[in-house]
Design a protein around this ligand. Sequence first.
Ligand code: HEC
Length: 119
Amino acid sequence: MKTLFLSLIALLLNADGAYEKGKELYIKNGCYSCHGTKLEGLHRYPYLANRAKGYMKYKLERFRSKLSDNQQQEMMIPFAVGLSDEDIENLAVYMNEYVEDTNKERYDDSYQVHGDGGS
Ligand code: HEC
């Protein structure tokens, strides 16, 4: 009984930490440079916020196994090969449960979507 109780606590603590760990991995691995700091995506880079956890895991596992369906997706392989099962789980939790950080003190990172068209 005591063991069951302890493992339940461990499970709860782990479930709590997964989001934060996933967030850390997302930043550390530079995922934001393509998928955005708000997981909003950009151009050909898909948005990842609140996407189905199972699908996110499936895709990351595929990329880790160096499998892709097209040339565009091959870009993901170098970013997935170094991930452990635990990393993928934590990242999937973070993407699935993502809530925008509304801390008003934060630097406002909104940007102009309309460029000057180049010159
Ligand atoms: C260099 C740019 C780049 C970086 C950095 C990057 N990705 Fe991607 N990501 C892509 C591209 C391109 C695709 C494939 C889009 C497509 O299917 O056309 C993709 C696809 C994905 C998908 C599948 C989404 C879908 O709709 O099928 C997931 C999940 C994902 N990336 C997560 C991550 C995570 C987590 C990281 C950091 C570890 C990361 N990406 C880093 C470019 C990038």
